[in-house]
Design a protein around this ligand. Structure first.
Ligand SMILES: *Cc1c(COP(=O)(O)O)cnc(C)c1O
Length: 224
């Protein structure tokens, strides 16, 4: 299938899941996760009307997106992967939204670099809903305090929460938990759901779904 028809299929499924949940399809943003795919594949989706993309590594995004953004100034690029503080400046220069804010030191670096660059990027706090030791994200018990610190101490523009549920668990439980934590903190946006479960995420309140392989085809296992 072409990029355009895969895109139409995913958008149709999002709209259907939204309507089934009594939500407006326009309230859900599809973030096309282009990691490991070349600029040519990204361009195909841009030509089909897609404008919001996600990358999980700063360096890979730097190789692809400056030229694409120069051609299409209305592109919106989301960082969805772990960010090291020494890459904060590069991330602030290239990305429009940071979905992976997950620790104090990173929040401080981002705030400093945004101030220097005169750019206020929207931020999501990543939550480790499964409390997995190897996974990034704030633990649920620490979330409310961390949101307050990001807002009050660092003046970050916190718009929502993001999670990546454990692979071997029912994602719906994690999605429901994330939506509840966002509501509790007065955060309007919730980024959850990937290729395998984005329709479930939409039913449970996702405002952003991050879809890669369903749009671009399967990635080589190394990058899964
Ligand atoms: C790769 C990735 C996705 C997309 O995964 P698919 O299963 O290919 O849709 C979503 N979110 C994050 C954080 C990712 O790293």
């Amino acid at each position: 299938m072409s990029g355009a028809s895969l895109l139409a299929d995913v958008k149709g499924r999002i709209a259907e899941a939204a309507r089934a949940a009594g939500r407006a399809p326009g309230d859900i943003t599809l973030v096309a996760v282009s990691k490991t795919n070349g600029a040519d594949k990204v361009q195909e989706l841009i030509d089909a009307g897609q404008r919001v993309f996600g990358e999980n590594r700063v360096q890979e995004a730097q190789e692809k997106f400056p030229a694409l953004k120069a051609r299409h100034p209305d592109l919106e690029l989301h960082l969805i992967g772990p960010l090291q503080t020494n890459k904060a400046r590069d991330a602030v220069a290239l990305f429009d939204v940071i979905q992976s804010v997950d620790r104090d030191k990173l929040a401080a670096s981002l705030a400093k670099e945004m101030e220097k660059a005169g750019r206020q990027l929207a931020c999501f706090i990543q939550v480790n809903t499964g409390e997995e030791p190897q996974k990034a994200g704030v633990l649920p018990a620490d979330l409310d305090a961390f949101v307050a610190t990001c807002r009050d101490t660092y003046k970050l523009k916190v718009v929502g929460l993001m999670c990546i549920p454990p692979v071997d668990e029912e994602p719906a439980l994690h999605f429901a938990l994330l939506a509840k934590m966002a509501a509790r903190n007065g955060l309007p946006q919730v980024s959850m759901g990937m290729s395998a479960d984005y329709e479930t995420a939409v039913r449970l309140g996702a405002t952003h779904v991050r879809v890669g392989s369903a749009l671009f085809g399967a990635r080589p296992p190394l990058h899964a």
